[in-house]
Write a protein that binds this ligand. Structure first.
Ligand code: PMP
Length: 480
């Protein structure tokens, strides 16, 4: 069924000829995926899997409108961007329309890593500074320059060390980070301030030592770090501190952009900030390699003023641009932001219900179709349930549902499905997870006092930020 050789032969050739550092999902029994349709993927036997993690196949695997756009443009011309082409300028104008002023100048590249690398280059040229502030557990790409600013990949045994020009601030994770809810504060604003002060301290030290900051780079919601939602007001304060230190702010929207958060096209908008440079990728081509950097005319001019031409052989080729335009068409025509808001809040609410049933769930958080479920063996100590998370991923795969885990302790189940995910899909995901968790509950004590009243009591030590949000919602439902 849609394969050139038996799976065993594919495995043999891969082991022989592909670098072992390129790791497979489910290594001991990898999947061979031969076809995709919307939120489903099919293996070589025709078995269908519900895809809950593919944030690249944003408008659904192999969306016919996107496929047709690519096929049509490929049959006409694919060349470099030294020739005029309408698809490129149409794409640039459409992207800029989704962004706040003064973000209005685009550079097209081929991957998220390339976009972030160019962003860093622009920041260096514009500020003439070198020091970069990044967040702990962040990942910004596989290029050498990006590994340097990706603590997720730094200081591993045998891996690269953090360069001295890179400064790591604590990730604003209010469940497991340096300042947590409600131990350090019950106020989101205070927690935001505590985490922002950490960045300020780093910026001030850099200014004292080297005169100024080059850039602060962060995902608007950190994904590799474990689906982290920063407390409200965090980015705003951080951007102020960075700019006071002459730095620019880079928002990495490679994973979380293009409407995944539902309420907005770009996740930074949920924090009410305007970055100086935005990088986008993954969902942009729905699986085709296309990415971009969007910045201000001032920063773009400083780059042009160097007199060095920026040429990128494939960046902005007509096929990539036609595909990216088709992705934007589908986002608009199928109203995928609205869907992400609706299906995402259903998924989040159902995960919160699961938390009431299963002690293994320590925290549930998310925005739109970006949801994380953090597993702990003990809610008081918040000890990561890493082995359990691994078991759950494998059990879900047996149930033909693909999810993955992340975070520094690999104990956060992450959901970031194609945006065509339905409430029925969310129900199937949560019902199955419920069953798998029940198998694991075993002799664990059940959660008691599950009545609504528990949630409307004042914030207790065992409560997390998402509890408080649920609490607030329930209070408002009760009072209406
Ligand atoms: N930034 C973020 C936040 C990412 O998650 C990734 C990829 N996982 C990248 C950048 C790099 O993108 P690419 O793999 O397309 O180079």
């Amino acid at each position: 069924y849609l394969q050139s050789m038996p799976k065993s032969e594919t495995i043999r050739l891969r082991e022989k000829h592909v670098g072992a550092a390129c790791q497979l999902f489910f290594r001991s029994s990898p999947l061979k995926i031969v076809r995709g349709v919307a939120q489903f993927m099919y293996d070589e036997t025709g078995e269908r899997y519900l895809d809950c993690i593919n944030n690249v196949a944003h408008v659904g695997h192999c969306h016919p409108h996107v496929v047709e756009a690519g096929r049509n443009q490929m049959s006409l011309i694919s060349t470099n961007n030294r020739y005029l082409h309408d698809e490129l300028v149409i794409l640039a104008e459409r992207l800029v329309k989704t962004l706040p002023e003064p973000l209005s100048v685009c550079f097209f590249v081929n991957s998220g890593s390339e976009a972030n690398d160019l962003a860093l280059r622009l920041a260096r040229i514009y500020t003439k500074n070198k020091d970069v502030v990044t967040l702990d557990h962040a990942y910004h790409g596989h290029l050498t320059s990006m590994i340097d600013v990706s603590p997720y990949k730094l200081n591993l045994p045998g891996g690269p060390e953090k360069p001295e020009w890179v400064h790591v601030a604590p990730v604003p994770d209010v469940y497991r980070g340096k300042y947590t809810y409600p131990n350090d504060s019950q106020s989101e604003g205070e927690l935001a301030e505590m985490y922002a002060v950490e960045v300020d301290k780093i910026c001030k030290e850099i200014v004292k030592k080297n005169g100024g900051v080059c850039a602060f780079i962060a995902e608007s919601l950190q994904s590799c770090g474990g689906q982290i939602i920063p407390p409200d007001g965090y980015m705003k304060r951080v951007y102020e501190h960075v700019r006071e230190a002459s730095g620019v702010c880079i928002a990495d929207e490679v994973q979380v952009g293009f409407g995944r958060v539902g309420t907005h096209m770009w996740a930074f908008e949920t924090q009410d900030v305007v970055p100086d440079i935005v990088t986008i990728g993954k969902p942009m081509g729905n699986g085709h390699p296309v990415a971009a950097v969007i910045t201000t005319p001032e920063i773009a001019k400083s780059f042009a003023d160097t007199g060095v031409e920026y040429f990128n052989t494939y960046g902005g080729n007509p096929v990539s641009c036609a595909i990216a335009n088709a992705v934007l068409d589908v986002i608009e025509e199928e109203r995928l932001l609205e869907r992400a808001t609706r299906v995402g809040s259903h998924l989040l609410a159902r995960c919160n219900d699961l938390k009431l049933k299963h002690r293994l769930i320590g925290d549930v958080r998310g925005r739109g179709l970006f949801v994380g479920v953090e597993l702990v063996t003990d809610r008081e100590t918040r000890t990561p349930a890493t082995a359990e998370a691994k078991h759950i991923i494998n059990r879900m795969r047996e149930e033909k549902i693909l999810i993955s885990r992340d975070g520094p302790d690999s104990n956060v189940l992450k959901f970031k499905p194609p945006m065509v995910f339905t409430t029925q899909d969310a129900d199937r995901l949560v019902d199955t997870l419920d069953r798998v968790l029940a198998e694991l509950d075993g002799n664990r004590a059940p959660v008691t006092n599950l009545k609504l009243e528990v949630l409307v009591t004042p914030i207790s030590k065992d409560m997390t930020q998402s509890d408080a949000i649920v609490n607030k919602n329930i209070q408002s439902i009760k009072s209406s």
